[in-house]
Write a protein that binds this ligand. Sequence first.
Ligand code: PSU
Ligand code: MN
Length: 304
Amino acid sequence: MSLVHLSPAVAAALAEDRPVVALESTIITHGMPWPQNLDMARTVEAEIRTNGAEPATIAVLDGRLCVGLTDAQLQALAQAKNVAKLSRADMAVCMAQGQTGATTVAATMIAAHLAGIAVFATGGIGGVHKGAESSFDISADLAELAQTPVTVVAAGAKAILDLPKTLEVLETNGVPVIAVGQDDLPAFWSRASGLPAPLRMDSAAEIARAHKMRAALGLPGGQLVANPIPEADEIPAEDLAPVIAQATAEAEAQGIAGKAVTPFLLQRIFELTEGRSLAANIALVLNNARLAAAIAREMNSLPG
Ligand code: PSU
Ligand code: MN
């Protein structure tokens, strides 16, 4: 446990068995531009507190795996340049070298589990990229969901991904994909993807029970909770389709590969929609934070 540096607020919440919700930091450093990224990070933390849980934003700072950041740490990270984007493969190397890195969904799940946090809110997970049949670009987030027991609340997978292939990989790896309150799989900026979600649940209590049941059965891995963006904030899929096609074509023409693909696409979509994608992104993260806090509260009220 000495590996994990808990903030005083998170340490107190865990010691007193109060609900805690983990938050990732790559969305701050690589997913949104300054200064909206800092504003989003603070607002999401406040939303989790308002909803009865303690937020724990996770990052590696100067080699220390921090679970819960102070406002000064959050500010510094949001403005820092050349921060590494950490997944399962590179987290230990970053720590061993005493460097600073932001945690993706995969790395945040690992850290949350080490700290004893079972619920995590984010925007969207990584998945199978379009053209993966030749690029082999499949996010390590999917394999992490298969092995680390954390319930991840996201707004579905981003429309920049190949959603049918993403669902197939999740199914192969035994990851429950649960749409909340609707039959359709949500598609990040849009409520509906046109694909049926494999599973549906309508309450935080059911989702918490399913998490505990999975552990009781001895099954490794977590759950992907796909929470649709609120109606007032969504961007219709048909408005986004040409923008996504253009951004994807530009990434290919410029030879963008590996870790750089997702940040490049998000930034170009932000520019091409004149900020509309960012406003929607912030709204859906807040919505996910509220649901994650409710799930964390329910989980705390269950035995085991
Ligand atoms: N979803 C967002 N913004 C983000 C990401 C997801 O709305 O910045 C980040 C998450 O940290 C996710 C990562 O884990 O992108 C996936 O990156 P990749 O596709 O390289 O695995
Ligand atoms: Mn990738």
